[in-house]
Ligand binder design. Structure first.
Ligand code: SAH
Length: 329
């Protein structure tokens, strides 16, 4: 729901200031539409229905995986693809992964979104409407900006959306922003007053390999990115999560684990090893054994590491996969 348009429409209708909050509260609590808003006068509900679309996104496809993961593909009013995922965990956690851009201007070589054409930044409303879509299915409590796009390149809209998340049931502490290491964005996050988790997609322990996997490293090399993360930690005192996609024979060797452990201060960083979700790229994912050995090598050198649970593999849940397939079909 476009909240600025809502404000304007309510003002034009001569409605009191509390109406916008009232409508938003219904939406944030999972109302299916204006009809559900029983304390909003019926005439006003009719007017809102025709002037303020209940969602800025149109659902195009929804895929349900056997593990409970739900992936949604939407289109914006101008036909841009947007993907979001709901992950359900056994301990009851409900975590949403949202997109910040349609497509992505960066060209990480292993990522399906990186091969798509860049569309545009999503508005704050388009980001929130991904969340509300799942909130209408069930209560949700965690969120990560790990869908399509680079959130730090759309910082203003990402933070504007994040500010509304507690109303939907997602605190800032349970919100995370994942970045390729877009240094100006990391610095801006450090300056905000919100205790949002910072996650860095690292994927290599040194510049040559990292530039090969992620060309953005040419612009913001490792030392600069890690310095920004360390400044973030100094100011916020929250650990930075490192994402490391495991690519067979590329970044998963013992020596690379040792190099990674030497690079990262264990007080500041925790590593999350990500099994590669195969796309049409040149890479193969590391075997389970290789991932376990890499994790053991990190821990033996004092760096904490976890292996990410793979979710929704049967529904093309990796970044950009659903949108890329639908575009190709
Ligand atoms: N641009 C941001 C957020 C989007 S990607 C970033 O790069 O951090 C979210 C995470 O998914 C990143 O760590 C990215 O490297 C990872 N990813 C992308 N494609 C993947 C794939 N096919 N398999 C596993 N992880 C993938």
């Amino acid at each position: 729901m476009d909240l600025a348009l809502l404000d304007d429409t309510l003002a034009a209708a001569g409605e009191p200031a509390f109406r916008a909050r009232q409508v938003w509260r219904w939406a944030a609590n999972g109302a299916a539409g204006y009809d559900a808003m029983t304390d909003v006068p019926a005439g006003l509900r009719d007017r809102l229905r025709s002037e303020v679309p209940f969602s800025t996104l149109e659902l195009v496809r929804e895929a349900h995986a056997s593990d409970g993961t739900v992936k949604a593909l939407f289109h914006t009013h101008d036909g841009r693809a947007v993907e979001a995922v709901l992950m359900r965990y056994r301990d009851g956690r409900r975590s949403i992964c949202v997109s910040s851009q349609s497509g992505c201007p960066l060209t990480c070589t292993f990522c399906a979104t990186g091969t798509m054409k860049f569309g545009r930044n999503l508005t704050a409303a388009e980001i929130l409407d991904q969340v509300l879509h799942f909130r209408r299915i069930e209560p949700v409590d965690h969120l990560v900006f790990m869908g399509m796009g680079e959130p730090m390149m759309n910082f203003g809209n990402v933070i504007a959306a994040a500010r509304r998340l507690p109303d939907v049931g997602i605190t800032h502490r349970r919100t995370g922003i994942s970045t390729v290491g877009w240094v100006p964005g990391i610095r801006r996050l450090t300056e905000t007053d919100l205790p949002i988790r910072l996650a860095l997609s690292l994927h290599a322990p040194e510049d040559t390999l990292r530039s090969q996997i992620m060309p953005v490293n040419e612009r913001y090399p490792l030392a600069e990115v890690l310095a920004a993360c360390e400044a973030h930690y100094e100011r916020r005192r929250r650990q930075v999560f490192i994402e490391y996609v495991m690519l067979a024979g590329v970044n998963d060797g013992y020596a690379q684990a040792v190099q990674l452990a030497q690079l990262l201060d264990p007080r500041i960083y925790k590593v999350n090893l990500i099994p590669y979700n195969p796309t049409d790229s040149v890479y193969d994912g590391s075997s389970r054994n290789a991932i376990d050995a890499f994790k053991a090598a990190l821990e033996e050198h004092g760096l904490r590491a976890t292996v990410r649970l793979t979710r929704g593999r049967d529904i093309d849940a990796a970044c950009g996969q659903l949108a890329a397939k639908t575009a190709a079909a």
